[in-house]
Design a protein around this ligand. Structure first.
Ligand SMILES: [Zn+2]
Length: 384
């Protein structure tokens, strides 16, 4: 793990050196691309939109400019190289070399990799760790485990009887579980644990509508999986806010989880609200209100590029410093793994560095907070 961007121009101010040396734990991330893709595919991977826009290029955005500024030099180009120059050089090097250069430069020490989405297109946790010269642990998606089991059982009764054991086995080596209920049903579902009979009926309906290949989008089944995640006892990650266009964004506002959080808090199971943008302030509020709620502002960081310091600043408003974690939420192009780390480091160095310079914070307190958010909170909560 070498952070090549360790100079004091990249991370200016009194915290530059501390920030550059942080052995980040990226607590929500996916693997880097396994093989080269064509340019339209690459451009579709640097936006959350469902398809490329009909006009212009995805490089004409904050993330595109950040790629040309920060990734180009790592591929041997000048900073701000054009999109065409960047693309030509990237193709020339090939995916393996690009991954080694960009992941190697991110300086992330440990990746907690969620393997539930298009797993064949990206590196496995072991391969990703090797390419990044870092450590990797796995996080298991509740819905993916359920969909695997639905391909094997023929009744709702069998599903309910087997799912907890199958989840236990699938997550034996994992450090956490994850739910995407926000995108399949929304957070405004009934917060209560559903009765087994209700789940059996809902699964029978799913199996009847699409035997063999089932996408779990039934709110009763999704709630059941969520509660099985709570029972499993590992930190439970919830995708929140910005992300897939599957569902209306306002239904992925984490404030809608409050009735459910009131029920889960007594279990002590950590609830990890992922990325949250544009509801990161709401997530910070929940982290203050609930003892077991943690959050991050990944994803929003690389998409907002040179504006990301503002999101970092907003993440440091009301939440206790022991309740925030670092993540990139990168999936695919290793540009995103690099930018997640680099822009977070730059953002926090600028924001907190200014408070130190203005006498609001003591330097040693600032350094302590950087270490908490950068890696110590994750090590403590996930027991790494
Ligand atoms: Zn993700």
């Amino acid at each position: 793990m070498v952070n090549v961007y360790a100079d004091n121009q990249t991370y200016p101010g009194p915290l530059g050196e501390t920030v550059a040396g942080l052995p980040l734990v990226d607590h929500h991330v996916h693997g880097a691309l396994r093989a080269a893709v064509d340019r339209p595919t690459f451009e579709s991977l640097i936006t959350e939109g469902p398809k490329p826009h009909s006009e212009g290029t995805a490089f004409d955005s904050q993330v595109g400019f950040a790629i040309r500024r920060w990734c180009a030099p790592l591929l041997g180009l000048q900073p701000h190289a054009t999109a065409d120059e960047y693309w030509a050089r990237r193709c020339e090097l090939g995916e393996e070399a690009v991954n080694r250069r960009l992941l190697g430069a991110a300086g992330t020490g440990t990746y907690l990799i969620e393997t539930g989405y298009l797993g064949d297109a990206v590196l496995t946790p072991e391969e990703h760790a090797e390419a990044a010269r870092a450590a990797a642990r796995e996080v298991v998606r509740l819905e993916t485990v359920a969909e695997g089991l639905l391909g094997k059982v023929d009744s709702g009764r069998a599903f309910v009887a087997e799912y907890p054991t199958v989840l236990e086995e699938a997550s034996r080596a994992a450090v956490g579980t994850k739910s995407i209920i926000a995108y399949r049903a929304g957070f405004d579902v009934d917060p209560a644990r559903p009765e087994d009979a209700e789940v059996v009926k809902a699964v029978d309906r799913l199996l009847g509508s699409a035997p063999g290949c089932v996408r779990v989008d039934d709110p009763v089944v999704l709630r059941y999986l969520l509660w099985c995640g709570v029972d499993r006892g590992l930190p439970l990650q919830l995708h929140s806010g910005y992300g897939d266009p599957d569902l209306d964004l306002h239904r992925a506002n984490p404030l809608l989880l409050m009735p459910w959080l009131r029920q889960v808090e007594p279990t002590g199971v950590p609830v990890m609200l992922l990325h949250n943008y544009p509801y990161h302030r709401e997530a910070g509020y929940l982290a203050q209100m609930f003892d077991n709620v943690y959050f991050d502002v990944g994803l929003g960081l690389f998409y907002s590029g040179s504006q990301s310091a503002q999101i970092v600043a907003e993440s440091l408003e009301v939440a206790p410093f022991t309740k925030q974690l670092y993540s990139s939420d990168a999936w695919g192009p290793s540009e995103l793994h690099l930018l997640g780390a680099l822009l977070w480091r730059r953002g926090i160095a600028r924001v907190v560095g200014r408070w130190v310079q203005e006498g609001e914070w003591a330097l040693h307190d600032a350094e302590r907070v950087l270490n908490l958010i950068g890696h110590e909170n994750a090590r403590r909560v996930y027991r790494l």
